[in-house]
Design a protein around this ligand. Structure first.
Ligand code: PLP
Length: 432
């Protein structure tokens, strides 16, 4: 079998896939936090740009990718689809393992896919600056990059634990011309709440979201952007799965199992939604597995219901699996997975029984990451390594049963800027 699909431009789709067009029922709508009534699109205009809202509420199946964004994509897309033959050989499994590698994007993760689209839309709407939060820094770096391409200023609230432990992406944001603030901090009312209790507060994504949303709500020329969770963000990521489907056809396989790690749910959704479509419309029996950290188990241990997307309660109420807006996950290395909630669309698919979830401890995740490095030669992001840990387990189950199957997973990013986490983990020190 061929080890790589080609990266020929014909694999790059000219549209995103909107799964809402094919769902048997839609998830419960977001609610206005003040009235608890279904949110009106106008309610969102205080913080989001108009064109983004149009995409968020659209029920069209295919949303065109603008030519300017396609051009920006074309420097790194199509991303590779790789047959993990050496991992397979090492595991001595009948399972065929394939991965889509999003680490080749300019900032090293899948987040660039939606960042470029969102910066393009903001530019179209005449927005001067975008503000956002970032955990490990991937989203902040992706947005700063996209802002530099489409001429938009970017202001990033970065979770303090990451700001201190992971200077690499903070520096990248600054190099792209973005502004970075440590969160929680004194610049906003939301930040002050936590900052005044403890100026060394490690922070959380939920708190950083509150700060960024507040800035957007107070300044009409500044809009807020989110790197995951929202329907439109998940839709932008489907460029991954649409490409993978086309490349898989070229390699002559169809996946039996699709795996991704989940923080807010976007890289998992991006790879899996176009394949879930096949289950919904062609009655294929593909399985879908979402993998989360044991210490931030929003799907496996959280509750399905309405909750805020941030810690202060400024955002709309989303119907999702959540550990509660006050939940502060411990500072694990996979900073991108430290979020209390789960995308409403992914939550909905779990509830419908289409997506399964599983949680893994950090130790096992790092073992899987090192095995992947030694066999496939790529250092994965600690987030992506959650997916690898599950893939290894599934490949070993296949070995026991002797049943061949095709596993496709999302290698959502590379781990070069997380290299110190690997050393800390190797030396057996704790997370700090
Ligand atoms: C942000 C991030 C994640 C988690 O976010 P999702 O929205 O769940 O995809 C996973 N992997 C990488 C590399 C990330 O940067």
């Amino acid at each position: 079998m061929l080890r790589y699909a080609t990266r020929n431009s014909h694999h790059l789709p000219d549209h995103f896939y909107n799964i809402k067009a094919d769902l048997p029922e839609l998830p419960p709508p977001p609610l206005n936090p003040a009235t608890r009534q279904p949110l009106k699109p106008e309610d969102l205009e205080i913080i989001f740009s108009r064109s983004f809202i149009d995409q968020e509420i659209s029920l069209d199946r295919n949303i065109p990718i603008p030519a300017e964004v396609l051009e920006a994509y074309s420097i790194y897309r199509p991303t590779p689809l790789i047959y993990a033959s050496r991992l397979k050989k090492y595991l001595d499994t009948p399972a065929n393992i394939f991965y889509k590698f999003e680490g080749v994007s300019p900032t090293g993760s899948h987040k660039t896919n939606t960042a470029l689209m969102q910066a393009f839309l903001a530019n179209q709407d005449g927005v001067s600056a975008l503000t956002t939060e970032t955990g490990a820094g991937q989203w902040g770096a992706a947005l700063a990059y996209a802002g530099s391409i489409f001429g938009i200023k970017v202001k990033v609230f970065m979770v303090r634990a990451s700001f201190r432990q992971k200077p690499g992406r903070r520096i990248m944001i600054q190099l792209f011309g973005g502004e970075v603030l440590e969160s929680p901090g004194p610049a906003t009312e939301s930040g002050k709440r936590f900052y005044q209790q403890d100026p060394e507060h490690p922070g959380s994504l939920g708190m950083a979201i509150s700060e960024a949303v507040e800035v957007a709500a107070m300044n009409p020329e500044i809009k807020y952007t989110l790197g995951s969770v929202l329907d439109a963000v998940l839709m932008h990521q489907t460029v991954i799965g649409l490409e993978a489907d086309s490349q898989a056809q070229e390699l002559g396989f169809t996946p039996d199992l699709v795996v991704g790690c989940v923080g807010g749910g976007s890289n998992f959704a991006g790879l899996s939604f176009p394949f879930i479509r096949k289950n919904l419309t062609e009655k294929t029996g593909i399985k879908f597995l979402a993998v989360e950290p044991e210490v931030c188990p929003s799907i496996t241990r959280g509750q399905l219901g309405y909750d805020h997307g941030d810690s202060v309660g400024l955002t709309p109420l989303l119907f999702m699996y959540s550990l509660g807006k006050d939940f502060i996950p411990p500072p694990i290395h996979a900073g991108g997975l430290r979020y209390h909630g789960m995308a409403p669309l992914v939550s909905h698919l779990v509830r419908l029984g289409i997506v399964e979830a599983r949680a893994y401890p950090q130790e096992k995740v790092f073992q899987a990451a090192e095995l992947f490095l030694k066999t496939e030669g790529i250092l994965p992001a600690p987030e992506s390594a959650h997916a690898i840990a599950a893939v290894v387990d599934e490949a070993l189950v296949a070995k026991k049963s002797g049943k061949p199957l095709n596993i496709l997973f999302n290698l959502s990013g590379h781990g070069f800027l997380d290299i110190s986490a690997y050393e800390i983990n190797r030396s057996g020190l704790s997370q700090h």
